[in-house]
Design a protein around this ligand. Structure first.
Ligand code: ADP
Length: 658
């Protein structure tokens, strides 16, 4: 007998192993730190209704089958058992949902396994004790919701007040905070200890309570935490109050997301934005500087050309001079387009609202265009409806720019035939009028596929290597921007080889009392040079550049003026200024700049206000605004053109202002 007992004892392990693998109770051994199973017998598949392999591949299968209401109690039992360092077996009953959907009751006996003082695993035996009432729809919904929450990377937590600080936290807490969920259940304040010292004020438990009790409105808070490894993570958390059916505040729930990657992206984006802004600023500074530097020699070329044109020349010399003037003018338009483009990019393009004599604006523009059209042998026809308001409120320079750009293109892209310009009034009353300007040509036309892109920046139909026409493809982009800023629209229709039609519709305020001095149908001025008026005025030109001095002096003398030159501001201020009818002031002067010089002149008591006209290559909006702010009356952009000088003399002549 003793011999048999000894033999059995010697082989007890293998007998028990055989017994355990073939019994109807589920025998299992699983890790304490995770839900991983070291062993489970075949009976699992009978009780859970799922294959053993499924559990070994995914330990969650065990927990997920447990009815939600029982699951947390089960987890807490395990966690308490691990902490208690008890070697005692504990018994528990819970419900689980089999794969067929049936809910059954099981009883479990569980024993912790220690390695030294540390609980490393649990072993146990689970067996079926009976059926449980089937779960309702709410139970399933709760179960699925719990399943979803447990899989989520976002931390969900629920806490009660005082006696039950943390009721629930999902496994994502472990991933995000780097601490176990059990540690939080056992020590509810431990999450706050992880909060970065500098961010603790933002998320103090008092703040949480205030938010929960609606003292402060609920909102999301960003703060940093430090994981036990020292790694810092960014968290975005939102809290909600939980109230009983009676409205009593019973707890608080929250959602916390790890947004470390988003914060890093934001910082990188912010950095990139700062770099881009700095680069853009550098580009603007460069353009402003280039604009100034290019305008200075261009001033010399165009100025001297204008002076030479007034001298006696052979026909051949005059035609050579025309080529120089036209090339200079093209260069100037290009420079102006690039500047406009920069202003648009920086939101610096400002429109003024002034009373415009529409008929005189159109006749001036059509005179210029008629010369260009005539040079190409094209007929420029125009028609302006009799009901078109003669006086409107608009930015006259920009309206001129829109229309002359469209007409200029029509002439540029037409070899034979005609260019038609038409103005109609689509709608008008005593206060406003919607006008339609149409430019039609019989030119090369534009392919349908390219029609949309021509209003884009730097868009040209011709390839860079097969170009027959001048331009950088900015004109229409600027026109479109200007039209849009005037609350208008621009449309185009075109057929290759037949021609194009551009229509601009803009609503304007009108001056109901304005009566046009122009005939309804405009007489397009001929290409002949008109007799220019002379202005016998005494003018002072404050300018340091020798070439510019010569150009201004000669052009002004040709306009009938008597000119004194001051090479800097100090020399100008020493003059008896009251003798001058107008002062022309350069801005960049060696001793003090034109702004300061103007301020000094304005501070003198000269008995009357002498008009001061700035002559500058600085044509950015802020330069212009500063000119007016210091007391200048007008700004003429360099290169100085005879027409601009004549217009300024006409406007500021004391004969006119007397
Ligand atoms: P560009 O300075 O090159 O003329 P625009 O912006 O004024 O630039 O025009 C863009 C492109 O649209 C031009 O390059 C040209 O191909 C096309 N285009 C504009 N107007 C006409 C027109 N009236 N007839 C044919 N093509 C035109």
């Amino acid at each position: 007998m003793a011999k048999i007992a000894k033999k059995i004892n010697a082989n007890l392990g293998s007998f028990l192993s055989h017994f355990v693998s073939s019994t109807h109770e589920v025998f299992w051994v699983r890790a304490a730190a995770s839900d991983e199973f070291y062993y489970v017998n075949q009976a699992f598949s009978d009780v859970w209704g799922r294959p053993v392999n499924e559990l070994l591949a995914n330990a969650d299968v065990w927990m997920n089958a447990i009815v939600v209401d029982d699951r947390e109690a089960y987890r807490q039992h395990l966690s308490r058992l691990a902490q208690a360092q008890s070697t005692q077996c504990f018994h528990l009953e819970y419900r689980l949902v089999r794969s067929c959907g049936a809910t059954i009751r099981v009883r479990e006996s569980c024993q912790p396994i220690y390695a030294g003082r540390q609980c490393v695993a649990f072993m146990g035996c689970t067996y079926r004790v009976g059926e449980a009432p089937p779960q309702g729809r709410d139970d399933y919904a709760r179960q699925f919701f719990q399943f979803f929450i447990e899989k989520s990377d976002t931390v969900f937590w629920v806490s009660g007040f005082k006696d039950q600080p943390t009721v629930y936290v999902n496994p994502a807490y472990q991933k995000v905070w780097g601490k176990s969920c059990e540690s939080l259940i056992l020590d509810p304040g431990s999450w706050y200890e992880s909060v970065h010292e500098e961010d603790r004020d933002k998320i103090s438990p008092k703040k949480l309570m205030d938010a929960a009790s609606h003292i402060t409105p609920p909102g999301s808070t960003r703060f940093r935490i430090r994981r036990p490894t020292g790694e810092v993570r960014w968290i975005r958390e939102k809290n909600f109050p939980i109230r009983s059916a009676l409205g009593e505040l019973i707890g608080c729930a929250g959602i916390a997301e790890d947004i470390t990657e988003d914060v890093r992206w934001e910082a990188e984006l912010q950095q990139a934005k700062l770099h881009a802004e700095a680069a853009n600023q550098a580009k603007s500074d460069f353009l402003a500087m280039m604009s100034h530097e290019l305008r200075t020699p261009l001033n010399a070329i165009l100025g001297m050309t204008q002076i030479l044109e007034q001298s006696s020349l052979t026909a051949e010399q005059r035609s050579q001079l025309t080529v120089i003037r036209q090339s200079g003018s093209n260069l100037l338009s290009l420079l102006n387009e690039i500047l406009d483009f920069t202003k648009i990019e920086h939101g610096n393009l400002k429109l003024v609202q002034e009373r415009v004599d529409l008929h005189s604006l159109l006749s001036g523009m059509l005179s210029d265009m008629a010369v260009q059209a005539a040079q190409k042998g094209l007929s420029l026809r125009q028609s302006i409806d009799a009901d078109v308001a003669p006086f409107i409120f608009a930015d006259s320079k920009r309206l001129f720019q829109i229309l002359s750009n469209l007409l200029g293109n029509a002439i540029k892209y037409t070899k034979h035939g005609y260019v038609n310009f038409q103005v109609t009034s689509l709608h008008s009353n005593s206060r406003e009028a919607t006008l339609c300007f149409t430019v039609e040509d019989s030119g090369i036309g534009i392919e349908k596929a390219k029609l949309d892109s021509i209003f884009g920046r730097f868009q040209q139909i011709e390839s860079v290597y097969q170009r027959k026409h001048d331009g950088v493809g900015l004109g229409l982009a600027i026109v479109k921007e200007l039209v849009t800023r005037m609350r208008g629209t621009i449309t185009v229709s075109s057929e290759p080889g037949v021609g194009s039609q551009f229509s601009v519709v803009i609503p304007f305020e009108v001056d109901p009392f304005g009566v046009s001095t122009q005939p309804a149908a405009l007489e397009v001025a001929s290409a002949e040079i008109c007799e220019e008026a002379l202005y016998p005025l005494t003018v002072l030109v404050v300018e340091d550049n020798k070439i510019n001095q010569k150009i201004s002096k000669t052009l002004l003398e040709q306009c009938g003026c008597q000119v004194t030159i001051a090479e800097n501001a100090s020399v100008a201020l020493k003059q008896s200024l009251a003798q001058f009818d107008i002062i022309f002031m350069d801005l960049g002067l060696p001793d003090m700049d034109g702004f300061q010089a103007t301020e000094k002149i304005r501070a003198l008591d000269l008995g009357r206000r002498i008009p001061i006209v700035a002559m500058t290559a600085h044509v950015f909006t802020h330069d212009l605004e500063r000119c007016y702010a210091v007391g200048m009356d007008e700004v003429i952009a360099k290169p100085i053109m005879r027409e601009d000088l004549l217009a300024a003399l006409k406007k500021w002549s004391p004969l006119v202002h007397a």
